[in-house]
Design a protein around this ligand. Structure first.
Ligand code: PLP
Length: 421
């Protein structure tokens, strides 16, 4: 019964330092968030001990009467949140949700068509080293070189030529909304299934600030830890009972053994929170913050230094900074912001002239800061700090910018009292 600090001081120290890092710096990685205390409690609980292969009421292990309640609550809550008839809440991650979803729709050797990784798609949408690129034929679509958006007419022509079995709408780095109705029409025209991966924007959908893909798609997958701010994990939704059966059997026993019941309980909590007015307010601030960031980074003094944002703005929770005309490359810009206490990730821009380890872009997101309580004034200040750093590059006054970051971090305390939980 020793505490972590007593039993394993080295790991206890890692937790302490990481909590300090999260508190003292500004987290702007677009795929990250801060799970609320209630979610952390569910995750750090005795539910981690329980094997529960199968589904509620149909388990391969005894003693599942309590974890069944947690999983049923998670299923009912997520169905109601997104208006879906069926939900599977067992995927350990977004990638495992996607693997199970794909194998429920098609068999190896059939063809998928998703946004290319280099243009903002995800590894699981057909990247050649990923299961999706190894098991299936891949016909990737791209964004346009002038607008950096997906052109639906071109996508239709490509789909007619390629005849994919599954069309994928979804992204990891794309600052605009996709037209799900147009995707549906193209999928119907070529006889493909439509899969929407809403991992990034699910929180915006839950709050009503982004069109809901569920009425259009055959299958919708998501992570739970990005804009949804839940435990690190995945989920699958659909409306067709036959497909739902295939999804369930492709998650378990197809791709996974025992579900992580502590994570499933954490999902139930996160879905309850996501239905609240407070969550909706936070999603609004997430969006307002991202729009403001895009505006400040396209101000004359910043663009004068060769910095701009792809598509000229954003409709979602992230901004893609374009550094193709800047002296700073993505790696240097990421390092510079890291030095002043702002965490972002470098990202290739479509048609990037620089190599993938360097890149000419940054992906900057606002979900974690909105969760932290950032208001418009605070987002304005952080946008101006980033703008000044990128504009001045190697000449940036790092000490002064770090002080401004610290002031913001102190003004919005994170996980107060966590040491005592
Ligand atoms: N799908 C999309 C669109 C993503 O952006 C991500 C994660 O970045 C995933 C799936 C995979 O999620 P995970 O990292 O939980 O496997």
């Amino acid at each position: 019964n020793q505490s972590l600090a007593e039993l394993d001081p080295e790991i206890a120290e890692v937790l302490k330092l990481e909590l300090g890092r999260q508190r003292d710096t500004l987290e702007m990685i677009a795929s990250e968030n801060f799970a609320p205390r209630a979610v952390l409690e569910a995750q750090g609980s005795v539910l981690t001990n329980k094997y529960a292969e199968g589904y509620p009421g149909r388990r391969y292990y005894g003693g599942c009467e309590h974890v069944d309640v947690a999983e049923k609550l998670a299923i009912e809550r997520v169905k109601s949140l997104f208006g879906a008839k069926f939900a599977n809440v067992q995927p350990h991650s977004g990638a495992s949700a996607n693997a199970a979803a794909l194998s429920a729709m098609i068999t190896p050797g059939q063809k998928i068509m998703g946004l290319s990784l280099a243009h903002g798609g995800h590894l699981t949408h057909g990247m050649k080293l990923n299961f999706s690129g190894k098991l299936y034929q891949v016909a990737a679509y791209e964004v346009e070189p002038d607008t950096f958006c997906v052109d639906m007419d071109k996508l239709r022509t490509q789909a007619i030529a390629e005849r994919p079995d599954v069309i994928i709408a979804g992204w990891s780095a794309y600052p605009r909304q996709l037209d799900f109705a147009a995707f549906r029409a193209i999928a119907d025209e070529v006889g493909a299934k439509l899969w929407v991966d809403m991992a990034h924007f699910a929180g915006l959908v839950a709050a009503g600030f982004h069109p809901n893909p569920v009425p259009f798609a055959d299958v919708v997958t998501s992570t739970v830890h990005k804009t949804l701010a839940g435990p690190r994990s995945g989920l699958i939704l659909c409306n067709d009972p036959e497909l739902a059966k295939k999804i369930n059997s492709n998650v378990f026993p197809g791709h996974q053994g025992g579900p992580l019941m502590h994570a499933v309980a954490g999902k139930a909590v996160a879905f309850k929170i996501a239905a609240s007015e407070e969550f909706a307010q936070r999603q609004k601030l997430t969006l307002d913050g991202a729009r403001l960031l895009a505006e400040r980074l396209t101000a004359d003094d910043v663009t004068g230094a060769g910095i701009s944002v792809l598509t000229g703005g954003t409709d979602v929770h992230l901004v893609l900074v374009d550094l193709r005309n800047s002296e700073l490359d993505g790696k240097q810009a990421e390092d510079l912001l890291h030095e002043i206490g702002i965490t972002v990730n470098r990202n290739s821009v479509p048609f990037d002239p620089r190599p993938p380890m360097t890149t000419s872009g940054l992906r900057i997101g606002t979900p974690a800061l909105a969760t932290r309580g950032f208001d418009i004034d605070a987002f304005t200040e952080v946008a101006d700090i980033i703008g000044a750093a990128l504009r001045d590059g190697k000449d940036a006054d790092k000490a002064a910018l770090s002080r401004r970051v610290s002031t913001l971090a102190k003004a919005f305390p994170l996980y107060e009292g966590l040491e005592d939980w």
